[in-house]
Design a protein around this ligand. Sequence first.
Ligand code: PLP
Length: 374
Amino acid sequence: MKIPLARPDITKKERQAVLEVLKTPHLSLGPKLKEFEEKIAKFAGVKYAVGVNSGTNALHLIIRSLGIKDGDEVITTPFSFIASSNCILFERAKSVFVDIEEKTLNIDPNKIEKAITKKTKAILAVDVFGYPVNWDKFKKIAKKHKLYLIEDSAEALGSEYKNKKCGSFGDVAIFAFYPNKQITTGEGGMILTNNKRVADLCRSMANQGRKIKNGRWLEHIQLGYNYRMDEMSASLGIAQLSRINKILKKREKVAKLYSESLKGISDIQTPYTTSGVKVSWFVYVIRLSQGYSKKDRDRIIKNLTKKGIQCGTYFTPIHLQPFYRKMFGYKKGDFTVTESISERTIGLPFYNNLTKKQIDYVVNNLRDVLKKVN
Ligand SMILES: *Cc1c(COP(=O)(O)O)cnc(C)c1O
């Protein structure tokens, strides 16, 4: 049996939605993007949404729109996909990493204030693996120190913290629509905010710095980019979003099946959940217990791969990425919680239509492989 780590779930209706656009003259800057933006804004419970061509570019525009620049500092997590820190570097500001909580894998709110300096402009928090950050605490800290709060919900579309959707907590937030996310547009991202100035500025910058209304095509009022989302992508996004509740139910079902099947296996820890938060299940990541080394973990993954089971190793700490080590001199030991956990994670195959039979196959093989490694 071959089981991929992730797999998009595109229905016939969704393929049709893309084809319909191709029959029109509007392949970009047409009605679909506007509709998708309005629907995402409504879904997340925010006033404005600005669609762009990737989550990374959504983050970049946010950093620019908040005026974060050379010499400024932004507090963020070392346990994330690299884009959540790179976006800070794009504008020559500095990523100041704060270690994570053992349980939730999100930035430890108790360690933030120590990292704040006169240069700190914002906290960029990530709802890692779809698990919501403790937004009450983060908002309090941001308010106390007059910092912007940026919410990277690229992995958390549909997640909820105290019955409010992720993507609605920061001054500005993003969703992302790469094929392994909860919904996909191929490539794509969205900026979410209640701040009209930020929304307008991002919209203009995404479209070459044009005026957002009544401008001439070749008039550019500020530095801009081509970060536009095309109409085919937006149309796919609309169609995917229309069945978001079904998608989230499927993901929850797969996660529950995993958690139940894995119960009897000692030496592993299943993802943390608790009341008051809803997780939209971006991935399903287990942790080997403390006695296991990175070598053990990699050997386990190799053995699973031999059985046709593709696994992920999310995340290599950002500060230990070759380019960060070289540029900033980070080394092992700088963020010990992040490092210790990242050496022991295994992302199991996870997608909407994963079957019970496939889950059993993964779990049985994992059980066998663990016996062998011990
Ligand atoms: C996916 C992701 C992004 C954005 O990714 P793109 O591939 O550029 O859409 C940003 N941050 C995190 C945490 C992500 O997982």
